[in-house]
Structures are given as structure tokens and as C-alpha cells.
Design a protein around this ligand. Structure first.
Ligand SMILES: NCc1[nH]cc(CCC(=O)O)c1CC(=O)O
Length: 315
């Protein structure tokens, strides 16, 4: 292998949240190990995004999925950073000209976690309970199964959410298992929700690393830490999302699994108020992942009524 020996440190861009920093550190550690480089060969650069700056309004009011990425991508294009580490769940399906997002670390647990201070489960949650979430997907999936529940907007990091539970703002919330695991938050009272009960968001649990398309050093380095199975699963999931024109404002879930050379993709779309959910699955050769994603999306779209995606906040 062509071992790049960087004369200047590789600048790794990231958001400043504890989870983002943990993911940037994991990326640096994997690169350092792969190339037997000291940590000084890397600089971690924290970048504040619009999504980080505006913390007092629901995400859906401030804009779509670029909210947490635009400033980071600008910094890469201007050379202030060389690579950027992202939660793939938050990434738009298209990247700006001049940037490539094709490196993935091994995927973490894909499931959501049900969080209640008493350690209870979703099934045991009393009728009429209040659940805090800012995710339209979780909200719609929850209301679909439990129309008796009341959903309140919940933003902020794990600590903030736990504090809100302690204050009684809500009886339960949801977080991705991946985030809790990456932060070593094993003491949080969490119950994993099976994929059958709640299909996760497309790309949940996956870390992606973006680079300039003309940066040969970054390309060589990232190739050494890329996880091919994660890339194959995300290719199918993100093609599904792209075909649905998915954004923050559309409750969409999707999960690909691999069994040898066969990929199975499950997908679900919901009305925002949870009143209707359409789901389906498709299997085929791994190499056809993007085609399978598009086919699954087309099948679901053909079953959706014309007003299926209309924005309805419900009550
Ligand atoms: N939208 C926020 C976000 N983006 C990625 C994760 C968790 C980690 C992951 O799924 O990779 C979270 C928080 C959450 O859903 O609990």
C-alpha cells in the first residue's frame, strides 16, 4: 500500500457536540493505527454549524438536512479542513461539487433506544404518557402504534434530555443506541427497540467521512479505514432515501442487512401524524443495492395517496 507520510497534519473537521467529538476521535485513532502515525499527525478542528447555533427552535422550522453540514463543507472547500466526520443519518443524499462522501467506519448498533427513568419499556408506558422527541420519524412511528401518547418537542444532548425527564417534562424519550454506545453511556436507563418495532432512520449508526475529490492524500488515507459492508448497506439505504426525496420533513425509515452476497432492504414511510404507515422489503444481489433502493421507494410511492406527504402537525 502507498503509505502517505503527511508533512502537514491532516485537519479533521467536526461539530463540537460530545458525540461528534467522539466520532472524530474514533476516526483519528483508526487512521493513526492504520498508518502507525502519532496523534500529532492530526488536528481536530471544531466547527459551529447553523444547527448548533440555533437551539431554541424546532429543527423543522429552521431548515432541512444541510443545517449541520454546510459550514463544515465550506471549510473543506476552502482548505481550512481536509476531511470531515459526519453522522450519516444527518447527511443529505447529495454532496456539493468538489466533495466526496464515500468512506464509512464499521456501523454501530442501528437500533433506537427507549429511555425512561424507571427503566421501563415502550409496551409498559401508561396510556396518555408524554414522550419527548424532535424526530419526525420517531414521532410518526410512535403515534402509529400508540395514538394515545402525546409527543412534545425535545432537543439537546443526552444530559439535557435526562434532565427534562427528571423534571417531568416527559415520561420517556428515544435516542440512537449508537450515540449512547459511542459516548460510553451505559448507565443511562435504556431499552433497545427492535428493528421490527421501530425501523431506524436511513444510515443510523453509521459514521461517514467526507473529503475533497481532488485530495489524493486524503483518498489514500481514508481507503485504509473504509468498511465495505457498511458502504454497501448505505448505498442501498441512501438510494432509497434519495428516491423518496427524503428530508427532515418526511418520516422515512430504512435498513439494509447483508447475508452473504444478498442484500435485504426494509423501508417504511409514514404520514407525519402517524395515521398511516406503508412498509415493504426487497432482496437482491449486494451489487444492485442502489437499484434495490430505488425500486423499494417506487413501490411505496405507488401505494401512497397523493396527500400522503402533506405536512400535518396533528395535535
Ligand atoms: N439527528 C441527531 C443524531 N444524529 C446521529 C445520532 C445518533 C448516532 C447515529 O445514529 O449514528 C443522533 C442522535 C439520536 O438520534 O439519538
Amino acid at each position: 500500500m502507498n503509505l502517505p507520510s503527511p508533512h502537514a497534519p491532516l485537519k479533521i473537521g467536526t461539530r463540537g457536540s460530545p458525540l461528534a467529538l467522539a466520532q472524530a476521535n474514533e476516526t483519528r485513532d483508526r487512521l493513526a493505527r492504520a498508518f502507525e502515525l502519532p496523534f500529532e499527525a492530526f488536528t481536530i478542528v471544531v466547527i459551529k454549524t447553523t444547527g448548533d447555533r440555533i437551539i431554541d427552535r424546532p429543527l423543522k422550522e429552521i431548515g432541512g438536512k444541510g443545517l449541520f453540514t454546510r459550514e463544515i463543507e465550506d471549510a473543506m472547500l476552502s482548505g481550512d479542513i481536509d476531511i470531515a466526520v459526519h453522522s450519516m443519518k444527518d447527511m443529505p443524499t447529495l454532496q456539493p461539487d468538489g466533495l466526496l462522501l464515500d468512506t464509512y467506519l464499521p456501523r454501530e448498533d442501528v437500533r433506537d433506544a427507549f429511555i425512561a427513568l424507571d427503566g421501563g419499556t415502550l409496551a409498559a408506558l401508561p396510556e396518555g404518557s408524554v414522550v419527548g422527541t424532535s424526530s419526525l420519524r420517531r414521532r410518526a412511528q410512535l403515534l402509529h402504534r400508540r395514538p394515545d401518547l402525546r409527543i412534545v418537542e425535545f432537543r439537546g444532548n443526552v444530559q439535557t434530555r435526562l434532565l427534562k425527564l427528571e423534571r417531568g417534562v416527559a415520561q420517556a424519550t428515544f435516542l440512537a443506541m449508537a450515540g449512547l454506545n459511542r459516548l460510553n453511556m451505559t448507565d443511562v436507563p435504556r431499552t433497545p427497540v427492535t428493528e421490527d418495532d421501530m425501523l431506524p432512520a436511513v444510515a443510523q449508526g453509521a459514521i461517514g467521512i467526507e473529503r475533497r475529490s481532488d485530495d489524493a492524500r486524503a483518498a489514500d488515507m481514508l481507503a485504509a479505514i473504509h468498511d465495505t459492508p457498511t458502504g454497501q448497506r448505505l448505498a442501498a439505504e441512501r438510494a432509497f432515501l434519495a428516491a423518496l426525496d427524503g428530508s427532515c420533513e418526511t418520516p422515512i425509515a430504512g435498513l439494509a442487512t447483508l447475508d452473504g452476497d444478498t442484500l435485504t432492504l426494509r423501508g417504511e414511510i409514514l404520514r407525519t401524524d402517524g395515521s398511516e404507515a406503508l412498509s415493504d422489503a426487497i432482496s437482491g444481489p449486494v451489487a444492485d443495492g442502489p437499484k434495490l433502493g430505488r425500486a423499494l421507494a417506487e413501490g411505496l410511492l405507488s401505494r401512497a395517496a397523493t396527500d400522503f406527504f402533506d405536512w400535518k402537525t396533528g395535535t
